[in-house]
Design a protein around this ligand. Structure first.
Ligand code: UGA
Length: 443
């Protein structure tokens, strides 16, 4: 079976690499730089296990890359995995999807087979039926269901765990536009996941599209909820948000995941999708205040760290502040909408001298902050001589730092653990001033 994956960002590249274990895959992207980099065996993103999969797929001749959309013509399944960024008003920008659909449609016009086109990108409900289908039909001169198949099947993979999530997903969601497309989609997944398929939800394309948005907005809501509880804890001596999350999470109706209080959610998906779902609701005359509050809590969470450090240091101007972790979460090199970048900009605005360390995201931080910060490979070098250190991503490297490292090296040993990676019992010892999110006795 031959597959084409259009769009070689996180989702597309990981999907292409995983599918190449069983099928022949061509990855297509309009970015010629990215294609030639991949051709040379260079992996443009940091993702656990991706490099090995790409190498083995390419070595077996199962995985190739191209800028040329005519390569979609031999494929029996064409997966669209291009980006869907935000417009300034928060609404979704579908231009990459429409561009890809038009180019695929033009190839379909000259194609002899009846491929299945699958929308993997996160798209607003109605996109498959009212945007992609008419475009493919117009450009190809063929009708959906007869000349080609179409299905919405959103992706639920997490950065840092993308390979694992693709190979062992919790569920597969399928929203075909017609019966033939549903059959073809299920058959692809069954072949790929054989002998044991994950649970499959087959529904309308609109439901499939909304399941994706609702899932991401719900995860965002859970995080802002626990950050709200963290704020309450900070006013309550004896309270600890970690204990509260643990106690809540044992209730299976609530669950333990996504209840880690911290600097807020970042990345390319949760913020963007929460904004897009809110904009979609507003366009339909609905009240968007639930998601507005979720975003407001998220937007102001870094400020709370700034204020706490400012209070403890008696001002920020001229102070040397070390940020440990700039990726939007550990195990990633992605700084998109990272709370650490927001924090860094706020600290710079108050006249701080910034130092930054991260095992994978220094390049991304440099793009965002340029010469306004100093960058360090080693966490110990980064905190050496600093007035405050703030942990913004839960990298294993930072967990190894001991209280005495901070006391020994820092000018004023003040540690703000925004990811709760340290046990306060050990880190409150001696000269180290230790602060964390959501602790009444640490505020
Ligand atoms: C998210 C979803 O989890 C995936 O299911 C989805 O497929 C993906 O978006 C997407 O739409 O493509 P991802 O952006 O990789 O995945 O990030 P998450 O692991 O969900 O984390 C998002 C942010 O929330 C991070 O900044 C993380 O540190 C933060 N977070 C997460 C918390 O602050 N607390 C938590 O308890 C969990």
């Amino acid at each position: 079976m031959k597959l084409a994956v259009v769009g070689l960002g996180y989702a597309g590249l990981c999907t292409a690499a995983c599918f190449a274990r069983k099928f022949e895959v061509v990855g297509i992207d309009v970015d010629s730089g990215r294609v030639s980099q991949l051709d040379r065996g260079k992996v443009p993103i940091h993702e656990n296990g991706l490099s090995a999969l790409l190498k083995s797929g390419m070595a077996r001749g199962n995985l190739t890359f191209s800028e040329d959309y005519s390569r979609t013509r031999g494929a029996s399944v064409i997966l669209i995995a291009v980006g869907t960024p935000s417009n300034p008003d928060g609404a979704i920008d579908l231009s990459q999807v429409t561009n890809a659909a038009a180019l695929i449609g033009r190839q379909l016009a000259r194609s002899k087979n009846k491929p299945l086109v699958v929308i993997k990108s996160t798209v607003i409900p109605g996109t498959a039926t009212t945007v992609v289908k008419p475009l493919l039909e117009r450009e190809s001169g063929k009708s959906c269901g007869a000349g080609f198949g179409l299905c919405s099947s959103p992706e639920f993979l997490r950065e840092g765990k993308a390979i694992e999530d693709t190979l062992r997903p919790d569920r597969i969601v399928i929203g075909p536009l017609d019966e033939m497309s549903g059959r073809a989609m299920k058959s692809l997944y069954r072949r790929f996941y054989s002998p044991k398929s994950p649970p499959m939800v087959e529904t309308t394309p609109e439901n499939a599209e909304l399941i994706k948005y609702a899932s991401n907005a719900f995860l965002a809501t859970k995080i802002s909820f626990i950050n709200f509880i963290a704020r309450i804890c900070e006013t309550l001596p004896g309270a600890d948000v970690g204990e509260i999350a643990f106690g809540m999470g044992l209730d299976p109706r609530i669950g333990r995941q996504y209840l880690e209080a911290g600097p807020g959610f970042g990345g390319a998906c949760l913020p963007k999708d929460s904004r897009a779902l809110r904009a979609f609701a507003l366009q339909r005359g609905l009240d968007g205040s639930l998601l507005r509050s979720v975003m407001e809590i998220n937007d102001t969470q870094p400020d709370r760290i700034v204020f706490a450090v400012e209070r403890a240091l008696g001002g920020i101007s001229g102070k040397v502040i070390a940020i440990l972790g700039v990726a939007f979460k550990e195990e990633s090199d992605d700084v998109r909408e990272s709370r650490a970048i927001v924090l860094a900009k706020r600290l710079l605005g108050k006249g701080a001298e910034l130092r930054i360390t991260d095992p994978e995201a220094i390049e991304g931080a440099r793009r965002e902050l340029g010469k306004n910060a100093n960058y360090y490979e080693q966490p110990l070098d980064c905190i050496d001589g600093a007035d405050a250190a703030i942990v913004m991503a839960a990298w294993g490297e930072f967990k190894k730092l001991k209280p005495q490292d901070f006391v020994r090296l820092m000018r004023t040993p003040l540690l703000f653990d925004a990811r709760s990676i340290y046990d306060s019992k050990d880190y409150r010892a001696g000269a180290l001033k230790f602060m964390a999110i959501g602790r009444g006795d640490l505020a």
